[in-house]
Design a protein around this ligand. Structure first.
Ligand code: CA
Ligand code: CA
Length: 303
């Protein structure tokens, strides 16, 4: 039963990986004759299995194509494995100000297309309620599980269990892929701080000496960057890694009031914090200059 664990391939980016099973069975001679030009790099299948894969492919493709843009200009895309559309960017300063909840500007300069910061979990919940009313649809924070599906590790984690129990369990997988970041991987804390301007900014901001920087990586931005400045993932979602930590709906662990934060921020360089499976946490009332959020919309809600 050599084929049991054989990798067949991914149907769409971020979709679960399909494996060949005994139930699907080896290719029949008849099926092989039907597909004389079947590429050699793919294992042979029965015709039934091929049709089954095609149907799954169509189903996922339909889902993946579902997208919409709301009245604030937020582009929302379907996240395979969930029933939500997720905003492709973090909520911006302009989008946050539109709700009339007030905005506590950080010590560093921001323009309207930077991510909103100093937003507590409670603030983010109020924002979602306002947005739901405005759009006539159900908007909310992503669940921890939905965030995992969006970042591409939904098929590497169990659907159940507390967020705390999953911290760092998927080894060497980051929002940009595997290994060290390179190119335009995201806004973290890199070598852009390692010069006179960076040191001056750090001192003005009140950072202590000795903050670590990602070795050999320079993203060019000290504090927050305009949303969507770095490469999107395969679903077209930006800044899941870096820029600002993102609040999720869930409690970090069942016994505490703390809520989950995902993705790291402009202030992080520690490899462990940058893992796709890392979870931070914070009190629901706490505001920080490196925390923000993004919203999801429940598919089919509203008119
Ligand atoms: Ca940076
Ligand atoms: Ca982020």
């Amino acid at each position: 039963m050599k084929a049991r664990k054989q990798l067949v391939g991914r149907v769409v980016p971020n979709a679960p990986t399909f494996i060949a099973t005994d139930r699907w069975g080896p290719a029949t001679q008849a099926a092989k004759q039907l597909r004389p030009g079947f590429p050699r790099f793919l294992p042979s299948f029965s015709l039934f299995a091929s049709v089954k894969i095609l149907l799954v492919l169509v189903a996922f493709a339909t889902c993946a194509q579902a997208q919409e843009t709301n009245s604030l200009g937020m582009k929302m895309v379907a996240v395979p494995g969930t029933k939500v559309l997720m905003a492709t960017t973090e909520v911006t300063v302009d989008q946050y100000r539109a709700a009339g909840l007030g905005y506590e500007a950080p010590k560093f300069a921001q323009s309207g297309n930077h991510p909103a910061v100093n937003v507590s979990w409670n603030d983010a919940k109020k924002y979602c309620a306002w947005l739901s009313k405005r759009e006539g649809k159900k908007y909310r924070l992503p669940t921890d599980r939905e965030w995992s599906c969006a970042v591409g590790i939904g098929n590497m984690e169990s659907a159940g269990g507390s967020p705390e129990s999953k911290v760092g369990k998927v080894a060497d997988v980051y929002p940009w892929g595997r290994g060290k970041p390179s190119g335009r991987a995201g806004n973290y804390m890199g070598q852009e701080w390692n010069n006179a301007a960076g040191v001056a900014a750090a001192k003005a901001y009140g950072m202590h000496e000795g903050w670590s920087l990602i070795p050999g990586y320079n993203d060019g931005v000290l504090f927050t960057a305009p949303v969507g400045s770095y490469a999107p993932n395969s679903l077209g979602i930006y800044d899941l890694g870096g820029n600002v930590w993102e609040w999720c709906e869930d409690k970090y662990s069942p016994m505490k009031a703390w809520r989950v934060l995902r993705g790291g921020s402009w202030g992080n360089s520690n490899r462990g914090y940058l893992l796709s499976s890392y979870r931070g946490n914070g009190g629901p009332e706490n505001r920080r200059a490196y925390r923000g959020f993004r919203v999801v919309c429940e598919a089919g809600s509203g008119g």
